[in-house]
Design a protein around this ligand. Sequence first.
Ligand SMILES: Cc1cc2nc3c(=O)[nH]c(=O)nc-3n(C[C@H](O)[C@H](O)[C@H](O)COP(=O)(O)O)c2cc1C
Ligand code: SF4
Length: 748
Amino acid sequence: MDIAPEFPAWPFELLELWHENRLNLLAAIVIVGLAVRLISWKRETIKETRPKETTQLHNEKISSGETSRRVLENRLPKRVTGVRQSKPARDASITGIRAIQLHVFYFSLTTTTEKTAKRVQQELDEWSGKPSSAGGPDCDVSVVLYDLSEIEYDDFFVSPPRHTESTTKSFYLMLIPSYNIDTVMDTFIEQLKETHHDFRIDTASLSGLLGYSVFGIGDREGWPTESEGFCCQAIEVDKWLARLTGQKRAYPMGLGDAKSDATERLQEWVQGIERAVRDIFLAGGLGEGVSGSGEALESGDEDDEIMDPKKNPSKRRRAERIDDMEDLDRMIQKDASDDAPLAIDFTTYGKSKPGPPIVERKEMVPKSSPTYAALTKQGYTIVGSHSGVKICRWTKSALRGRGSCYKYSFYGIKSHLCMETTPALSCSNKCVFCWRHGTNPVGTTWRWKIDPPELIFEGVKAGHYKKMKMMKGVPGVRAERFEESMRIRHCALSLVGEPIFYPHINEFTAMLHKEHISSFLVCNAQHPDELAALKPITQLYVSIDASNKESLRKVDRPLHRDFWERLMRCLDILRERRFRQRTVFRLTLVKGFNIEDEAEGYADLVEKGLPCFVEIKGVTYCGTSTSASAGLTMQNVPFYEEVTEFVVQLNAALERRGLKYGIAAEHAHSCCVLLASTRFHIDGKWHSTIDYDKFFECLESGKEFGPEDYIGPPTPEWATWGNGGFNPEDTRVFRKGKNKTIQQTVEI
Ligand SMILES: Cc1cc2nc3c(=O)[nH]c(=O)nc-3n(C[C@H](O)[C@H](O)[C@H](O)COP(=O)(O)O)c2cc1C
Ligand code: SF4
C-alpha cells in the first residue's frame, strides 16, 4: 500500500510567492540595513568631535530637548568661564616641567629670619600671580614655607619631595641665620653632611631638585668678615647642598647683615631667584651655561676648573659650540662678504704708500684652524673671525669677594664690572712673556677679512655675559656682585693681539662710550699712524718692554725692521697728547731681560713721552713651551721686593732729570706699582682714580678736554705706596701650594 504524506495547500502558495519576489525582498532588506548603519555612524561622529567636557552637558541638554548644535554654540563658552587656566607657555613634554614648587625653609631664634622668610613667601606669591608679560613666571608656581625646627629632615633632605604630578618640580630656598652657639642649625648641617657621606644613599641624593639657593643673615658688627664667622652657617648649608644636589646652585648665595644691608641684599636676591626660576622653566632645567649643572667642585680653585675646558671636556664642548655666538658669526660672515676688499699696510709710517696687491681675503682665525681650537681651549670666546673675549681671573675673584686687580686700587675699576676683549687677535710682535702660547696669528699687514664693529661689539658683550652667567653656580659668588656684573662698566682692550690693528677701532670705542663703558686700550707701540688716528679713550697705554733697542729686540721679538723708530714715534705722539688724553707707560719686568741696569734708560724714555702714569709690574710666568724656547723660566719672574727696588731706582732717575713724578700707589697682590706725574698730586694727596661719569660728560660735551677734567677722588689710603693695596673689604686668599712670598698673578 502506497502511503503519501498529506501537506496543506497554502505552504506551496507561500513558497511560490517567495520564489517570485525573493530578489526584491533581499534588496529591500539590504537598503534598510544600510540606512540604519548610516544614521548611527553619523551620530557617533558628532559625539566624537565634541570636546570631552561637554559630553555630559550635551547629553543632559539632548534629554531636555535642546539640539546638539545649540548646546555647542550657546553653552560651551560658559563652561569654561571661571575655571582657573594653568599657564601653558611650554609643552611639558618638551621641558618636563609644568609647575614649580618653591620650598622656603628657614630657621629663627630671635624672629628676624622668620619675618624675613614670610616676606619672601609673600613677594614670591605676588610674583607667581603676575602674568609672564608683566615679569611673572611662565608656569604655575606655588610657594610653601617651612620652619626647619618643625619639619622631619628626612622628608626633604634625603631625597626631593614627591609630587602627585611628575611634571611638578621642587626648588629649595634656604634662609639661614648664623649662631656660634648650639642651635638646631648644627643638627641640620650635621644631617646634610651625614646624608652626603652615607654609603647607602647617593652622594647627590637631592639632584632631582630643579635648583636651590641660600640666603644668609648674620651680624657684621660681631663677625665682621666671613673668615671671622660672618654668616658661617649659611655658607656651610650652601656647601653641603651643593654636594647633595650635584651642584644645582641656581643662584648665588646672598648674604645680609641684619643690622644694615639685609633688606637691600634680600631684595636683590629675591629678584635673582625670580629670574632664575623663569630661566629654568624655559630651559627645562639649569641647562647649559649654568655651571651648577656640572660637576661638584668645591675647591678654592674651582674658578679655574670651571673655565678650563682641558679639565672639563663637557665644558669644552660647550665653549666650542656657543650657538648664539655662531649665529652672530654667520651674520658677520655675511656682512664681511659684502665689504669691498681692504688691505692696510702697517709696515711703514708717515706718508701713505700704495698697499700690497690683494690676493684673497681670508679669515684671521677660521673655525677649522688650530689657532681657533687653541684659543677656545684657553677659554677665549672667538667672535667673528678676528676678535676675542675672555673672563680674567680677577673678574672671577672679585665676584667671590676675593679682591679686584690693581686697576681697582689705582683707578677704581671693580674687576667684576670689567670686560676684557680684543678686536684683533693678531699682533706684530712675539713677546717672550706673551700668553698667546705661540698660537696667535702674527703679521705686519692686515690681510684678513674685516668684521663690522657693530657685530664685534654685540658679540663680545654676548660672550662676556654668557661666561659671567656660568659663574652663577660657582661657590662663593656673591649675589650682589653677580647682579652688578650684569652691566659692563669697563672694557680692557688688550687681552692678546693688538687692538689698534683693527681698522674700525674708533667706531668700536665709540660704541663702548655710547653705553658708558670706559675704555682702557693697550698698544704695543708699533703702529704710530694708527695711534695718531686714535680718538680719545679713557686711558691709553703704550707697552714699553725694554729701555734700549737691543733689549727690545730680545724681549718683544718684533716683526717690523724699524721697530725702535716706531716706538720713538709713538712716544712723540704720547708726549704731544699728554694734555688731551690720560697716557700710561706699561713696563713689564722680566729678570735677566729688561731690569738690570735699565732704570736710567727707562727714565730717558719717560722724559721723551712724559706719560701721566708709569705702571710697573713683574712678568707673569705662563709656563709654555713657547716661553721656554724663548729662554724664560720661573727664574725670570721677579719677586715683589725686586719690583719695588726697581721702582725706587726709576723714581730716583726721574728726579735726577728734574721730572716731576712720584710713587703713587701699589698692589702687591698682583706685583704692580704706579708712578704718577705730580699733575695728579692734589692738596697733598695722590689722585690716580678716575671720575668715569665726568669722562663721559666731557666726551659728550663735544668740547676739548684733558686728563685733569676727569680726575676722581683721592687714591684710597690702603692703596698708596707702603700700604700694600689690597682692598680691606675683600678677603685675601692664597692659592693652594703656592709660596706666599711669590705674589704672581695673571692680568693684563
Ligand atoms: C648668641 C649669638 C650668636 C651669634 N653668632 C653669629 C655668628 O657666628 N655669625 C654671624 O654672622 N652672626 C651671628 N649672630 C647674629 C645672628 O645671626 C643675627 O642676629 C640674626 O639676625 C639672627 O637671626 P634670627 O633672629 O632669625 O635668629 C649671633 C647672634 C647671637 C645672639
Ligand atoms: S685684569 Fe684686566 S681684564 Fe681683568 S679686571 Fe683687571 S683690568 Fe679687567
